[in-house]
Design a protein around this ligand. Structure first.
Ligand code: F6R
Length: 594
């Protein structure tokens, strides 16, 4: 979704803002824009267009040194993808320049009540902000005018504002959309994602909701909701630049698939002190005391939640419900006396989950967030957080964050439950088995090419394999655009089997001895109706003709293993179809709108 970067300091703002925008590309966008202070002319210039950041950079070839600038990548929500709707937006007199992430829900009302005399240049909700600032600035100083404007806004915003009359000042404000500020002896950088602060910050701080920050070269002032000066807690920047580089891989997705064994090891070394599993006691206590656990998540993270439910059932015996966040937010179930909530979110910014948070807060029961972004909004709003430690996931399609979710959920369920086995050993064995399998990853290439020739495909499985089938199908459709569905193997015959035609690909996942034969007979059913079946089975359950045979691992860890070939199948299918693998159409890495 939209990305924001701003810089004020002694370095070249053009380079830093463009570099930041490049770093934010992975979030998904359709237009890009920038405003830079032109030292010679003494004004801020603006450049924007639909298309990639590289295209924007080509418009800036003749632009030289600058000390202040703001940039934006837009993911359209209000209005078409075109130049006029791209950010920055200007006030009527061109005095104020604004970039904005988020959604202003009451923008129509604001337009009607305050701006009926103003000619708007775009269809965006953002443009009302810059005109309101200009309106208030007729009678007050710019920071106060911005504060007055913020009081009128309903919805979410991360904003950067420039003022032609005070070129050495950059003003930032936020509510519900992430915004972080980094500083070094060369200046300040403000961005919606840690990734863009990177090497330009010695330390950084996430801005709080309803705060406004006035940045000058030698002064940083923070104002709270009541326009009273507040403070910010900075922490050292510990972002590993290399982990966000593609290295020798052609795509981030492939790199991230291959990193998964490493992620399992990283989680082990973080959550174990020698042989002892160390999980925050308050989390374990709250979950043990609860009478029901509600897992809330979206997309791939929701698929991890389905496996989490199974893990908690086996290891703790507790009743667990899994909810699609966007459903729970407005149609929550009847709750028991002592529920606990587990939010699973790679980004920690998903708007559907934030909408759930408002509801959960009313019942005043514990919330634990499992997230890959320690500083994220959901991590900060929850009572407790657990880090996924997958490292930056740049490809839009989630792979290593999903497996990290499965591993952290296993550790959490193990800690809450009373069953004992050598979980550390089992996880080490898993990491090794994953490595062994991934070493031969290129074998999947031909399979994907020869099997996925039709516009439809199915993944089927039972139990945990069904949960993996859902994730496998999502991965395939989101990056290769082949229509794919995950099905409970036994359910296909109750209607959907009508879609099976000659050579329709049906992938069967077989990892559970109790039901392996049932799934095999479901595969026979579709095969006899023309389907091209592909069997993914654990070695101990495999038969001679099976297509993909995986090393056996502990039964609770099997999904981490079985998902691997399905990620590769999606990757190669997309590769053969010439798709933009890391940035699939219409998708965003962090979905900050409902
Ligand atoms: C798919 C994918 C999405 C996300 C979903 C939730 O590959 O990444 O389905 O899982 O948008 O995002 P998070 O986990 O950030 O809350």
């Amino acid at each position: 979704m939209c990305g924001i970067v701003g810089y004020l300091g002694d370095s070249n703002a053009k380079d830093i803002v463009l570099e930041g925008l490049h770093k934010l590309e992975y979030r998904g966008y359709d237009s890009a824009g920038i405003s830079l202070y032109n030292l010679e002319a003494g004004v801020f210039d603006m450049f924007k267009d639909k298309g990639r950041v590289d295209h924007l950079a080509s418009l800036l070839q003749d632009v030289h040194g600058s000390t202040v600038g703001i940039g934006h990548t837009r993911w359209a929500t209000h209005g078409k993808v075109n130049r006029a709707n791209a950010h920055p937006h200007l006030s009527s007199s061109k005095r104020f320049i604004v970039v904005h992430n988020g959604v202003i829900e009451n923008y129509r009302m604001l337009k009607r009540d305050f701006l009926s005399h103003v000619r708007l240049e775009s269809e965006t909700d953002t443009e009302v902000i810059v005109h309101l600032i200009e309106m208030f600035a007729q009678t007050m100083e710019a920071p106060e005018a911005i504060h007055e404007t913020l009081k009128l806004l309903e919805g979410s915003y991360a904003l950067l504002v420039l003022d032609q009359q005070r070129p050495n000042r950059l003003i930032a404000a936020k509510n519900k959309s992430p915004l972080l500020i980094g500083r070094s002896d060369r200046g300040y950088i403000v961005a919606s994602d840690l990734m863009a602060l990177g090497k330009h910050s010695a330390d950084y701080a996430p801005l709080e909701d309803y705060t406004m920050t006035v940045i000058e070269r030698d002064k940083l002032a923070i104002y709270n909701r009541d326009y009273i000066e507040a403070t910010l807690a900075f922490e050292p920047m510990d972002f590993d630049e290399d982990s966000a580089e593609r290295g020798p891989y052609p795509h981030f997705m492939l790199k991230e698939i291959m990193e998964q064994p490493l992620v399992v090891r990283k989680i082990l070394s973080h959550y174990f002190d020698e042989e002892t599993l160390v999980i925050n006691e308050a989390i374990v206590h709250d979950l043990r005391e609860s009478d029901r656990i509600h897992i809330l998540a979206a997309g791939t993270s929701m698929h991890a939640g389905l496996i989490g439910k199974h893990l908690f059932k086996i290891l703790t015996g507790k009743p667990v419900e899994v909810h699609i966040a966007s459903e729970f937010a407005y149609n929550p179930p009847a709750l028991s006396d002592k529920p606990a909530f587990l939010m699973i979110s790679q980004s920690g910014e998903t708007a559907d989950l934030r909408a759930c948070m408002s509801h959960i807060r009313e019942v005043n029961q514990p919330v634990v967030t499992l997230t890959n972004v320690r500083t994220s909004t959901l991590a900060r709003e929850a009572d407790h957080k657990m880090e996924l430690l997958a490292g930056p996931e740049i490809a839009v399609a989630s792979t290593k964050a999903y497996t990290a979710q499965l591993v952290v959920l296993t550790l959490l369920a193990y800690a809450v439950g009373k069953q004992r086995f050598n979980i550390k050993q089992e996880l080490s064995t898993l990491a090794h088995a994953m490595e062994t399998y991934l070493a031969k990853y290129e074998r999947i290439d031909t399979l994907a090419k020869t099997v996925l020739t039709k516009p439809n495909a199915f993944y089927i499985g039972r139990g945990l394999d069904y949960a993996v089938a859902l994730e496998a199908a999502l991965k395939l459709k989101e990056i290769s655009y082949i229509h794919a569905e995950g099905f409970a193997a036994g359910e296909l015959k109750h209607g959907t089997i009508a879609l099976i035609e000659e050579n329709t690909p049906v992938f069967g996942i077989i990892s559970d001895k109790r039901i392996a034969l049932n799934t095999r007979s479901n595969l026979d059913e579709v095969k006899s109706r023309g389907a091209r079946t592909v069997i993914i089975a654990l070695e101990s359950l495999s038969e001679e003709e099976d297509d993909i045979v995986l090393p056996d691992v502990h039964p609770l860890l099997v999904p981490v293993m079985t998902v691997l070939p399905t990620q590769l199948i999606a990757y190669y299918a997309a590769l053969h179809r010439g798709c933009d693998i890391d940035k699939p159409r219409n998708l965003a890495k962090s979905v900050t709108v409902e």
